[in-house]
Design a binder for this molecule. Sequence first.
Ligand SMILES: [Zn+2]
Length: 259
Amino acid sequence: MDFTRGKYVQLLLQLKESGYEFITYADYCSGDLPQRFVILRHDVDSKPENSLEFAKEEKRLQAKASYYFRTVPESWNKEIILEIHGMGHEVGYHYESLATCHGNLPKAFEDFKDNLEKMRALVPVSTICMHGSPRSVHDNKDLWILYDYKTLDIIGEPYLTTDFSKVLYLTDTGRRWDGYKVSVRDKIEEFQEEWNAKGWSFHSTDNIIQALQENRLPNQMMITTNPQRWNNPGIGWFKELVLQNTKNIVKRLVVLVND
Ligand SMILES: [Zn+2]
């Protein structure tokens, strides 16, 4: 069974075994990088309790990760944010202001600043990461066409400040590792073809584990997971399987329309 917490732990163990150091996205932005590293990025779209379980498993394995929380009720949980930060992980802001403000840039920037302040009242925040908002016509990153997050002491945004010519990007978007085919925005179009040609496109978590065992992966990686998609075997796991398969059909239609 894939996309269970146990499978995630297997992936972490293999990364460790393969000599990857775990760094946060803030570490990456600060420079001074280890020779071989992986950034574990988690987008907390919903079910923050799943993220808390991930954070605990990582802590057990002495792995650091970056957790991006939205400020909407399905993601925001003050106690969990504090607990994850307390374990030594990074907490960042998973922003979606341009979508929620229907493309109004000044309004969206105000909304962004308010939410950032609300998060900073709990924990230090130095990096941010856009939420894909697949049902919105607005790309949340477009906020930075007019404004500069650096004026708010933000040092990085994974989609804008990662050197993807060196860092391989893997994401579980659509509850599969080759979801760039169905994702509206969670993909790195500039490099995907090159990665496919190098054999760095995977469907299941076991495919990634196998590639690690065969030492076929590059020294620098970002692995993004949405912990709400990872459930222990049972009804939650089955519900997520059915839900994501339905969503992928809808997203594929959106991609076709956008193209
Ligand atoms: Zn998201």
